[in-house]
Design a protein around this ligand. Structure first.
Ligand SMILES: Nc1nc(=O)c2c([nH]1)NC[C@@H]1CN(c3ccc(C(=O)N[C@@H](CCC(=O)O)C(=O)O)cc3)C=[N+]21
Ligand SMILES: [Mg+2]
Length: 299
């Protein structure tokens, strides 16, 4: 029986969250004089990364935060990047540090992420925050999985007891996503490149979060009827008429319509939530640093 599939409006939800974050930033400024400040670091010339970093900085300013972007040469040394991070860690006016990934090959991502002050690690990628998430602690949670959880909870209410499938096991999305779903009471499976029978696994999932980065990987016919689908994939593919490119998700959207209970579109689903959650993380970091007397009021 075909169902009427709800299309989850991530852009609208993200606008609501952004307004709440803007109000929180204004409250913090009124109470303490602290204006949350985001610093982004981009190394090299990856065109997609340039766009995303600029979008994050613009959104931060649009909601009344300060933001500074460092754009560094592709041949930057790891030592130079670590020195910049050390300076930002020590800067009492900086509350959030984001090092855009991927990094060029001469720079060790693990060493760089571990060098960021965990209290300013608004991506939630520092080993301390990863560990806190894995042990049910109160650290900074990565933005994309947080955004997905907000959409899922708005859609389903309690997730307790549901079968959840996460496709993809990256440190940025898949692994933290699985941790959050586990915390919410789901029975969690993680599929990845070596998974043998993906269609059978997909058929068991009450909720599916796909972050594989593989256009059209998930066929609509594989879905459990009535499943809720969160598509994190952002895949640039040639347009059918050969005229430029467009962005599609991991899930065949058209096939999922009529079968899933609800699905996020690409674009307009998870992407905007990622940015809104990032700014929320900056606000939370600023609030915590202010409460601990570890930051300065804006000059
Ligand atoms: N340290 C770090 N932190 C990140 O959070 C991080 C990163 N590195 N590297 C790259 C990925 C990717 N990412 C996106 C953010 C917003 C959209 C976004 O706004 N998407 C819109 C528009 C899509 C488009 O037009 O390109 C949408 O889905 O509707 C997408 C992707 C953050 N990332
Ligand atoms: Mg999207």
């Amino acid at each position: 029986m075909p169902v009427d599939t709800r299309i989850i409006d991530g852009r609208l939800r993200a606008e609501t969250l952004s307004r709440e974050v803007a109000a929180g930033a204004e409250r913090l400024r009124g109470a303490t004089g602290v204006v949350p400040k985001l610093v982004t670091i981009l190394v090299g010339e990856d065109p997609a990364s340039k766009i995303y970093v600029r979008r994050k900085a613009e959104h931060a300013r649009a909601i009344g935060m300060r933001s500074v972007s460092h754009h560094l040469d592709a041949d930057l040394s790891e030592a130079a990047l670590l020195a910049l991070i050390a300076a930002l860690n020590a800067d009492r006016e900086v509350h959030g540090i984001l090092v855009q990934l991927p990094l060029p090959p001469q720079i060790d991502r693990v060493r760089v992420l571990a060098a960021i002050d965990p209290a300013k690690d608004i991506d939630g990628f520092h080993p301390m925050n990863v560990g806190l998430l894995a042990s049910d602690g109160d650290g900074i949670v990565p933005c994309t999985p947080r955004g997905c959880m907000m959409l899922l909870e708005a859609e389903l209410g309690s997730l307790q007891g549901l079968n959840a499938l996460v496709v993809g096991c990256s440190n940025i999305v898949g692994r933290p996503m699985a941790q959050l779903l586990l915390r919410a009471g789901c029975t969690v499976s993680i599929a990845h490149i070596h998974t043998r029978d993906l269609p059978t696994l997909v058929a068991t999932a009450d909720l599916l979060v796909s972050a594989a980065g593989a256009p059209g990987l998930i066929r609509g016919g594989w879905l459990k009827p009535g499943a809720t689908v969160i598509d994190v994939g952002i895949n640039r593919v040639p347009k059918p008429d050969g005229d430029g490119t467009r962005i599609v998700g991991d899930v065949r959207f058209d096939e999922a319509l009529g079968r899933a209970a609800a699905i996020t579109p690409v674009p307009g689903g998870v992407g905007p939530m990622t940015i809104a959650c990032l700014l929320d993380n900056v606000l939370r970091s600023a609030e915590r640093l202010a409460a601990e007397g570890r930051c300065a009021a804006a000059a």
